[in-house]
Design a protein around this ligand. Structure first.
Ligand code: BJW
Ligand code: ZN
Length: 236
């Protein structure tokens, strides 16, 4: 079978795809940082209450991710992209490991650990400094307080990214959903939109999720191993 048979292919990834690179997932026991749940720190309210604590959390994650390499699953997705004309990778991850593996047709729905945004003037800029200095980061344009350029709970996602993700999902013939608990909206709706548009849904995850029952195939196991087996179904 040719890999073209799954085209247009849309892939939605979550924290689980980076787990084998050593990046903790959000909702696993290993996700805790100094006894805080990540969901409690990834919020505007936490940032307003204690920006220093939130920045320490992000500085820790940046240092951790800076030591991590893309794994076989990230690389296989970059290879598949090179073999398909119609392909889109939508990630909820902010770790940058898909780009590091070479993915280009990529939508980062929840932003990036490597981008900052000014809370005063909205200016955005890339910052790859690791470790971050102890001082709170400031905007180079207006000296306003910077925040991580990621999407926290109850914040709107970038509408142009959501629109691009929705149109990719609606025109997919196959959607692979890899390593997400499929609980966080609006990302969790994308597979359902794809299915409504006639796509075949394939989930790759060691555990069942709320999406599993909607899928045409559920492949239980770690992303690296299962994705490799999935790719081997196609002619080289
Ligand atoms: C492996 C593996 C291996 C392990 N291989 N797999 C009540 C009901 C319904 C909805 C809501 C509600 N209250 C609020 C909402 C909306 C809310 C939401 O969805 N909440 C739900 C949790 C209930 N959504 C939002 O707030 C969004 N915004 C929004 O709706 O705005 C509306 C609005 C419109 C207009 C104006 C204003 C507002 C925003 C959501 C932003 C999410 N942000 C975060 C943090 C990003 C920054 C950061 O990283 O610091 O994004 S939260 C966190 O969850 C992060 C992730 O991208 C996201 C998804 O998590 P993911 O990737 O699925 O990870 P895990 O840990 O949950 O799962 C890992 C999976 O991997 C597991 O299944 C494992 O089994 C698996 N696994 N090893 C393969 N080797
Ligand atoms: Zn500014």
């Amino acid at each position: 079978m040719s890999i073209e048979s799954v085209s247009p292919l849309v892939v939605l990834t979550g924290a689980g795809i980076s787990a084998e690179s050593g990046v903790p997932t959000f909702r696993g026991p290993e996700g805790l940082w100094r006894n805080h749940r990540p969901e409690d720190l990834a919020s505007e309210q936490a940032f307003q209450t204690d920006p220093r604590l939130v920045w320490q959390f992000y500085a820790w994650r940046r240092s951790l991710v800076a030591e991590c390499q893309p794994n076989l699953a990230h690389k296989l997705l970059a290879d598949i992209e090179n073999r398909l004309e119609q392909f889109c990778l939508i990630t909820q991850n902010v770790d940058g490991l898909h780009q590091a593996a070479g993915s280009q047709r990529l939508i980062e729905l929840h932003g990036s650990l490597w981008s900052f945004r000014c809370t005063s003037c909205g200016h955005r800029w890339e910052n790859r400094q690791v470790p971050l200095p102890d001082d709170l980061p400031r905007c180079p344009m207006c000296l306003g307080l910077a925040r991580p350029d990621v999407v926290w709970f109850d914040e709107a996602l970038d509408p142009s990214r959501v629109q691009a993700a929705v149109s990719a999902a609606e025109s997919a013939s196959t959607m692979l959903v890899v390593g997400t608990s499929a609980r966080v909206l609006p990302a969790a709706q994308l597979p359902l939109l794809a299915k409504r548009g006639g796509a075949r849904l394939i989930e790759i995850n060691p555990r069942s999720t709320p999406l599993s029952a909607q899928c045409d195939e559920v492949l239980h196991g770690p992303a690296t191993k299962v994705l490799q087996l999935w790719v081997e179904r196609f002619e080289p």
